[in-house]
Structures are given as C-alpha cells and as structure tokens.
Design a protein around this ligand. Structure first.
Ligand code: ATP
Ligand code: MG
Length: 595
C-alpha cells in the first residue's frame, strides 16, 4: 500500500511537472518571438526615419563613403544599433562598427536578399567578430523598387537572451516550488485515497488470521466507502457465523463428552479425528492423546484393529461384541458405520462403543436368580407333594406316621413361606421401595435388646454371647432395619458355630474416610469359618458355602444379601474376615449422621 501511495504521488508530480515544463517552454518561445518581432518592427521604423534623412545621390564614391561612414557612426551613437549602408550592388558604403573597405560584398546576406525581394528582410546570425547572436534587419531604400540601396540595422540579441535566461531561472525556481507544493499536495491526495485502502487491507489481513471483531472506519461516500462497508458486513457475517459454529461445536462436544456411549470418528486414512471422553475411558486412552493419530498406533485389541481395517476396506457396517482385557475386563458392544460426505464420497467410519459388561452381568444375575428361586421353591414343594401323596395313599390311617408326615409338610410349608417372604423382602429392598425411617438410636440399649431376642436360641446350643458396648453412642438409623441387620448376623454366628462356642459383639466409634465419625459394630464368632474362595460371594443371593449343611439349619442364602443392601441404604459398609475352623468376624460401619 505504501508503494501504491508513492507511485500515485510520483504520477501526480510527474504530470504537474510535465505540464508546467511544457507551459514554460511555450512561454519562453512565445516571449522570444514576440520580443524579436517587436524589435524588428521598431528597427524598421528607425530605418524609415533614417531613410528620410539620408540622401543617396553622390558625385563620387569617396564622397559617398565618407558621408555614410560619418552617418553610420552618428546613428550608432543615437540608436545604439550597428548601422550599415549597402549599395544596391552589395558594396558596403558605410558601417558603424567596421571599415567598409575591409568588408566583403553583402549581396549574399540572407536579410539583404530578402530585402531585395520583399522590401524588408531579417536574419539571426552568430557574429564571430563579437561572438554573439545578432539580429539583422535590412530595408530597401526605395519601397516601390526593392532592387535598390539598402539600410541595415543590427542589434545584439544579448538582452533578449538574458531576459529569456532570467525567465528560465524564474520558471525553474517556480517549477521547483511548484514541485514541492505538488509533491505535498499529491502526497496528501494519495494518502487520502490510500489510507482507507490501507485500513481495508489491514482489516482483510486480520480477517484472514480469523480476527472477526475487526471493523473498518471508512465513511467515504465513494467506491472505497462501499468497499469498507462491504468488508465490515463481511466481518460481521463471519463473526456471527463463527459464533454459531463455535456454539454448535461446544454443544456437540458437551453432548459427546456427556454421552454414555463411546464415539470415535475415523477418517478414510485411518486417523482418529474425534474421540469423546467415554471412548477414551472405554478404550483406555489418556485424555485427547489419540486425536489425529492413526488408530493402528493405539495399542489396541487386535480384534478391534481388524474390525476397523475391514470397515475401512469394505465400507460396510459392522455390529459386534468383543471382550476387552485392558485396562480391565469388559464386554464392549461396537457399532461401526461408514459415513458419507455430502458429495457421496467415503468420509470415514463412525464407531460407537457401549460397555455392556454391567448389562450382561445383570442379565446373567437375573436369569441365575430366576433359576435359583425356582430351584429353592421346588425343593419344599416336592417334599410337601410327596408326603401329601403318601398320606393320600393310605398312610393317613397310621396315626404315628401321619403325624410325622404332617409335621414335615408343615415345616416345609413354613420354610416355603419364609423363603417367599425373604424373596419379597429382598426385591423390595433392592428396588428401593422401602423408604427408611431414620431416627436417633441409643446404640447400647439397642444392641442389648437385639441380643435378648436370640438369647434362647444361643442357650439351646450352649453358646455364650457377650456384648462390649462403648458408652453414649447415638446414631441416626432406621431402627427396625438395623435390628434386621444385627439379628441376621447374630443368627448366622449362632447357626455356624458348634455347641459351646462364643459369639461376641463390640461397638465403637471410628474415623471414617474423609474424617467423618462412624459407628463400628463387630460380630465375631468362634465357628466353622468360611473358606477364602467363598468370601467374595457370600453376599450374593442364595449363596451358601455348604448347601447340605445350611439346609439342615434351614437357611435360604438370602440373609447376607438383605444385610448388605440394608447397610448400603444406611450409607454404610460391611466387610467379612474369616478363618476356617477358627471363626468369622463381620464388621459394619455406619455414619453417625445420615448425609
Ligand atoms: P438365611 O440367613 O437366609 O436363613 P443362610 O444363613 O444360609 O440363610 P446367609 O445368611 O446369606 O444365608 O449366609 C450365606 C452363607 O454364608 C451361609 O450359608 C454360610 O455358608 C455362610 N456364613 C454366613 N455367616 C457365617 C458365619 N458366621 N460363619 C460361617 N459361615 C457363615
Ligand atoms: Mg443367615
């Protein structure tokens, strides 16, 4: 833009300079010719006057020469011009500046020739004698007959030339001044023209580097103003559009990042162009590290790489479930679909990943549960049916046998009843249909009361129960549910401890995670213990370590699952520690205040 301004300035200066120079040349020329023709006119007039006072009739040549010589000198003094008298045959009769006898014949002189033809003649010649440009004007004495004697006047052109030179000096100085003024003016004009252009160029550059907040401050009413306005509205349009795009992008990313499915976009070259947070979690990548890198670079499951490779080659949808072992074992459902661009060309693959491990586990658990329930229900029903049939088949007539059988039928239906009750209870707790009624509980007296319920049962097996209560503990809990928890654990302790064993309970206050106060209840027995391999599973529904044995004890295997659920509803935790043949310890921790 600077260069454009310079060029514009130069062009303006050049144009002004050229026109001024041309005008100067014309002026000089006109001045010179006007001056010379004015001089010529006055010379002719002078010669006419000289002519009227001059006579050309002489008796002898010598007489004429002395007359003209004297006359020429006299006239030179009067007019300041060189005066020459020339006879019609070209012989110089008198000359103010030279001796006529030394002068050659003047018929050949241009001005003399012209005078002989037209009456007057002129010539400008360089005089070697005085080394100066001279103006010669000649006039025929007899104006009716040009072929007559001739008077010639000549002036030096020195003054004219000096004047012209002075004119030139003035002209050049003026020209220089004019140049300066023109330069300044044209610079201003150029600046006036180019500075809005410069602004516009600047704005365009900033728009190119994506700064859409730029505006041009040009208010000209001309094309440049229009250009500025166009640039402004373009920037505004781009800004609005950019904002919209950014907004869309933010929306898209927040949607993508908060999706529960993993989403990966792979371009036709196999690079991962987009990867949401869930996909990173599922595939075990660090945050954003894989964006823009080829999927093959990711240390991925071979199977997934194969599927992607195949998807890229065949460009067809793939739906599959594969197991991942890193960072942990999971079952992933993957949907791979080819994506096409607006011009129908292949734009890559969209990979959607769902972690279906939990769903599959739940499904398995549900079907296991149904199988378990059916199995558990079947056993008592088979017994009831069998004994009822035996009774119907005649055993009813034997009073001893029928009483025994009916007792079995009663026990089994009792067991069935309890089982169904437990199942209903568990499903209620699991589906959180039991709202807990929290109230402050005095732990010491609560534990005492809970233990009395089971005292008789313990006594029957000669099991000693001890309670070691930390004093003054209160906690917020649902009393009935908490009793259910404690009773279940005590019941287990009694059931799985041989005669003469011990069940001891201890309560205390401990610091939980995050520094909150927790109530700890430990129920320790000296029973048969639980094998290490069964420990992780005892909280599962229907899980019993020794099926035969707990059948005898009448257990359903639901007790500990109910306990675990209830403890969790209280925002607490339960852990177990056991050694086979030594005993088992259950530890419950509950928050003092419910969050
Ligand atoms: P339910 O309590 O429903 O009548 P259950 O006692 O068999 O039946 P859970 O209380 O859930 O069922 O216990 C699951 C299994 O854990 C038991 O069958 C038993 O094998 C084992 N178990 C539980 N508590 C103890 C314990 N204190 N000592 C040894 N084994 C135990
Ligand atoms: Mg139990």
């Amino acid at each position: 833009m600077k260069r454009f301004r310079m060029r514009l300035t130069l062009i303006i200066i050049l144009m002004i300079g050229l026109s001024v120079t041309a005008a100067g040349l014309m002026m000089g020329k006109t001045y010179k010719s006007n001056h010379i023709s004015a001089l010529e006119d006055s010379m002719v007039r002078e010669m006419r006057i000289i002519n009227s006072n001059t006579t050309w009739e002489f008796a002898s040549q010598a007489e004429a020469e002395s007359y003209f010589q004297a006359k020429a000198k006299e006239l030179k003094d009067l007019t300041g011009a060189r005066v020459t008298f020339i006879r019609k045959d070209g012989i110089v009769l008198g000359d103010s500046d030279h001796d006529p006898s030394t002068m050659d014949n003047h018929l050949g002189r241009t001005e003399v020739k012209q005078a002989e033809q037209n009456g007057t003649g002129r010539a400008i010649r360089h005089s070697d004698t005085i080394s100066r440009n001279m103006l010669y004007v000649a006039m025929a004495v007899n104006k009716d007959n040009p072929h007559s004697d001739i008077i010639r006047l000549s002036y030096s052109l020195e003054t004219v030339e000096r004047n012209i030179n002075r004119l030139w000096t003035v002209l050049i100085i003026g020209l220089l001044l004019l140049f300066l003024v023109a330069a300044a003016v044209s610079y201003r004009i150029a600046k006036g023209l180019t500075s809005p252009l410069e602004q516009i160029t600047d704005a365009a550059k900033r728009i190119r580097s994506m700064d859409y907040s730029v505006r041009v401050d040009v208010h000209n009413k001309d094309e440049i103003g229009e250009l500025g306005a166009a640039i402004n509205s373009m920037a505004e349009g781009l800004q609005v559009q950019m904002n919209r795009i950014q907004q869309n992008e933010t929306q898209l990313y927040s949607v993508l990042d908060n999706m529960t499915s993993g989403v990966v976009m792979i371009d036709p070259a196999g690079r991962m162009m987009l990867l949401n947070r869930r996909a990173e979690e599922v595939l075990g990548f660090e945050h954003r590290e894989m964006v823009g890198r080829p999927y093959s670079e990711a240390k991925q499951q071979y199977e997934l790489s194969q599927i992607i490779q195949q998807g890229l080659e065949k460009q067809e949808a793939v739906h599959e479930e594969i197991t991942f072992y890193f960072p942990e074992e999971r079952l992933l459902e993957l949907n791979l679909v080819p994506v096409y661009q607006s011009d129908d060309s292949f734009g890559g693959l969209l990979l959607v990943l769902h972690d279906v491990s939990a769903i599959r586990r739940l499904e398995r658990m549900r079907s296991e549960f149904v199988a378990n329930v059916s199995h558990e229900l079947k056993t008592p029903i088979t017994a009831i049916k069998g004994f009822a049939e035996t009774l119907l088949g005649g055993a009813v007539d034997d009073p001893v046998m029928s009483k025994q059988f009916m007792q079995i039928i009663y026990d089994e239906s009792e067991r069935l009843n309890r089982l169904i009750g437990d199942i209903l209870e568990l499903s209620k707790i699991e589906s959180r249909r039991v709202p807990l009624q929290f109230s402050p509980i005095d732990l010491a007296s609560f534990m005492e009361r809970s233990m009395t319920i089971l005292e008789s049962e313990a006594a029957r097996k000669s099991i000693t129960m001890t309670l070691d209560n930390a004093p003054g503990i209160y906690l917020e809990a649902d009393e009935d549910r908490l009793r259910q928890v404690v009773a279940n654990l005590l019941q287990n302790g009694i059931s799985y401890t041989p005669e003469g064993g011990k069940v001891s309970v201890r309560t205390s206050l401990v610091q939980g995670e995050g520094g909150s106060e927790m109530v700890q209840i430990r129920i320790v027995d000296t029973g048969i213990g639980i094998p290490r391999k069964d420990l992780p599973r005892i909280f599962e529904r229907f899980y019993r370590v020794d099926k035969a044995r707990s059948r005898v004890s009448g257990g359903t295997g639901l007790g500990l699952s109910i306990v675990k659920h209830l403890v969790e509803l209280h925002h607490g935790s339960i852990t177990v520690d056991s050694t086979v043949g030594v005993g088992t310890a259950f530890t419950i921790e509950l928050p003092v205040i419910q969050p």
